[in-house]
Design a protein around this ligand. Structure first.
Ligand code: 9MR
Length: 356
């Protein structure tokens, strides 16, 4: 009987292991061999961070350990957005965001807050909100001050306003502009500053490297805020870019933003390898090397701006397995410095080489 039981157990185990192995093979086919890396992101001369996903931190030990081991700064990918923190008018929900902050604190990492104001990721109570201008102003102020107050002393910096411009350089016709006019942006910074005078406050957007018209609009806004004494301390350049973006474009973007004199955060970096959405594309050594070269040149240019302005670089997500790109664009892609087996890619070495 005992032998029989053991045999059943052995059969069961070998069957389950076989399935697990098969599944493993199906999910993680052999990848391009990873190079040996010398050095660590932790030793970069400025903070190097990633946007993190709270459920992966909670449920995936390998992911969590990688985050702890590799990064000195953390941004919540979604957990500090309006709909996550403030799901109904009278409810704030801090569980996920607090968990990220606690992990950062326990491991000596900086936390960058993303984002106090955006046209997306709003709860329906906001999009359906009925009220006059004063009521909308109160809503904006209350949200910003409650959230910044909650994280005071724990979150070092905030993206105060995210993506306020259209590609043609006009203000996006967001619910905020409709209800409050474009100068709500200035007041958003003032509200955040009142709630935590020590927090560094950023205007965050994308496209600086491929759209000079939008970039000029962003720089005009930022310079205008600065000249009016509005408490803005930095500019976030998302830099969702591609392996074949020209170095010249990236350099003009970084240097023109640095010319504001404010801190510069490359805040959502990823370098896609499949910008043309080729469904059959595969990851090859040559693509990996081109990507490494692009990461290197971005980091090198960034490292050449004045030291005091180097707020840091943050990648948007951690590994190719959790990048927002493949799901959003329904295509294979490999935008990050770690592969989907959580192994350092050539891009990782490219980043390290950028500061050599
Ligand atoms: O990666 C984020 C994705 O999981 C969310 O569904 C989406 C909407 O909240 O936002 C993504 O992150 C965006 C960031 O907040 C702002 N810049 C663009 C990022 C990618 O879309």
């Amino acid at each position: 009987m005992k032998i029989y039981q053991n045999l059943t157990l052995a059969l069961f185990l070998s069957f389950s292991l076989g399935c697990a192995k098969k599944e493993q093979t199906a999910i993680n086919p052999p990848l391009v061999p990873s190079p040996t890396t010398t050095g660590s992101l932790k030793d970069m001369p400025f903070p190097f961070g990633a946007a993190v996903n709270v459920s992966l931190l909670r449920n995936n030990v390998q992911y969590k350990e990688l985050v702890i081991k590799e990064f000195s700064s953390i941004t919540a990918e979604n957990a500090m957005k309006f709909n996550a923190l403030h799901p109904s008018e009278t409810t704030y929900s801090y569980t996920d965001a607090d968990e990220i902050v606690a992990l950062a604190q326990a491991n000596g990492k900086r936390v960058h807050g993303h984002t106090l104001n955006w046209y997306k990721s709003l709860p329906t109570w906001v999009t359906n909100f009925q009220g006059d201008t004063q009521a909308w102003e109160n809503l904006l102020k209350m949200h910003i001050q409650t959230v910044v107050g909650h994280f005071k002393g724990k979150v070092a910096s905030w993206d105060v306003v995210n993506e306020a411009f259209e590609d043609d350089g006009t203000y996006r016709n967001s619910i905020w502009v409709q209800k409050l006019g474009a100068d709500y942006i200035a007041r958003a910074f003032q509200y955040a500053n009142q709630a935590d005078p020590d927090a560094l406050l950023f205007y965050n957007d994308y496209g600086h490297e491929y759209n000079a018209i939008k970039r000029t609009a962003i720089l005009n806004l930022v310079n205008n805020l600065k000249s009016r004494g509005i408490p803005i301390h930095g500019v976030g350049m998302q830099m969702h870019t591609r392996y074949n973006q020209t170095d010249a474009n990236i350099t003009s973007a970084i240097t023109s933003v640095a010319a504001t004199g404010l801190k510069v955060h490359i805040s959502e970096l990823d370098v896609v390898l499949n910008p043309d959405n080729v469904a059959t594309l595969s990851y090859t050594t040559s693509l990996a090397d081109l990507q490494a070269a692009k990461y290197k040149s971005i980091v090198k240019t960034y490292y050449s701006i004045p030291k005091a302005q180097q707020f840091g670089i943050t990648t948007w997500n951690v590994t190719d397995a959790d990048s927002w790109i493949p799901t959003t664009y329904s295509r294979p892609d490999w935008p990050l410095p770690f592969d989907r087996n959580y192994v350092r890619k050539a891009a990782y070495q490219g980043i390290l080489d950028g500061v050599k």
